[in-house]
Design a protein around this ligand. Structure first.
Ligand SMILES: [Zn+2]
Length: 391
């Protein structure tokens, strides 16, 4: 049994500044939050640190030099250890648009993670970002391998890789309705992404069962005019659809603080999930070079000033955020209360993926726990009751 005492517990989006209650963990689960913890347990004295549920990473391509498109099982396992340093207890690795062969190779490299316990964050399933996207909103997705939604291809992949838990697509493309139907029937979470759709098309997709807006504002149409008449774009459709959870890249750069705050105002704490959308540059030192996607064939990037750039510094080339930073940005730059920011990194992403066994500090939930200070610097990460990182 394990007891965490002297912590400022964050429960249900509320910060308890009174540190007299202790968190009791047994057999990998939270047993109680109590004034009278058992005397015979191992004790962690949190010395006034915050204590919350572990962060759930919904959208991340890589960290510390590794990209999940590298298709190397050992590298993927090491990445899970790196995520835990930033308070992450569960990860959905993201694969980007690629040929069927390259996607299969990347998924093959994730299979061992699905079958063996991790030394760091838990592998929760694969997230497919592509390849059924609109070229007009492709962003960093390689245009030469974009294609129209193909339900047969989706079914083939889902049969071969049952750990695929989420798939994103542009709902306005021919064949999208059939793919959405396939995904919904197979209980795979469906996101709208890299889309030029108008608001009504997004609302229609939401009725069909799309429940996530992939990095709201990035790779999405917004208010526009056709023949003089103004129309809402994908962004507005995602804001209007009550059942859509909006991902917000929380680096303070892809979304400036005022848009983070606006998204929070419109979607609320239970429908806005903080994500990193990080590439391999996350947790790498300033000046590091690498590539988006595969380490040999991807687009080159350099890390500087908290973001990845094209080498000539002409444009951003993706996020290098970590989950602790997304919470820090939400609180200290976007003016969102700490309890809400933590919920958007824990309960909201867990709920968006249909997970009911985690996301908060409640009796009966998994003991995925993180201790952090006022600057949201992580001091300890506990996954399933086991400490996997100490600062
Ligand atoms: Zn992404």
């Amino acid at each position: 049994m394990l007891v965490i005492k002297n912590a400022r517990l964050i429960v249900g989006g509320r910060v308890c500044d009174d540190t007299t209650k202790a968190l009791v963990i047994e057999d990998g689960y939270i047993r109680a939050i109590t004034d009278t913890p058992p005397a015979d347990a191992e004790v962690i004295d949190a010395e006034g640190l915050y204590c919350s549920a572990g962060f759930v990473e919904l959208h991340t391509h890589g960290i510390n030099g590794y990209d999940f498109m590298d298709a190397d099982a050992a590298g993927a396992g090491k990445a899970l250890v790196d995520y835990a340093r930033f308070g992450v207890t569960g990860v959905y690795p993201t694969l980007m648009t690629a040929s069927a062969e390259d996607l299969a190779a990347a998924l093959d490299s994730l299979r061992p993670l699905a079958e063996t316990p991790s030394d760091g964050a838990q592998f929760l399933g694969a997230h497919m970002e592509g390849p059924y996207f609109n070229a007009a909103q492709a962003g960093a997705q390689p245009p030469e391998v974009l294609r129209l939604p193909d339900a047969e291809e989706v079914t083939r992949f889902l049969n071969a890789y049952p750990f695929i838990r989420r798939w994103d697509l542009a709902p306005e493309l021919e064949g999208a309705a059939e793919v959405i139907e396939t995904l919904v029937l197979r209980d795979v979470v469906t996101g709208v992404a890299h889309t030029d759709a108008d608001s009504m098309t997004i609302l229609q997709a939401a009725i069909q069962g799309c429940t996530v807006a992939t990095h709201l504002y990035s790779g999405m149409s917004s208010v526009n005019r056709k023949d003089g008449f103004r129309h809402g774009g994908a962004v507005e459709g995602c804001m209007l659809a009550d059942d859509i959870t909006a991902e917000a890249i929380g680096d303070g750069i892809h979304l400036p603080p005022e848009l983070l705050h606006l998204t929070w105002k419109v979607k609320g704490t239970n429908r806005m999930a903080l994500v990193t959308d990080s590439n391999r540059g996350a947790a790498m030192p300033e000046g590091s070079a690498g590539r988006i996607g595969h380490y040999e064939t991807g687009v080159p990037i350099v890390v500087a000033d908290g973001v990845a750039w094209l080498p000539d510094r002409s444009a951003f080339a993706g996020s290098i955020a970590t989950m602790d930073r997304t919470v820090r940005t939400a609180v200290y730059e976007a003016g969102i209360p700490l309890g809400d920011a933590v919920r958007m990194a824990t309960a909201t992403p867990a709920a968006a993926m249909g997970l009911t066994d985690r996301g908060d500090l409640q009796e009966g939930l998994r003991a995925d726990v993180v201790l952090f200070d006022d600057r949201i610097t992580v001091h300890r990460t506990i996954v399933g009751g086991k400490t996997v990182y100490i600062r």
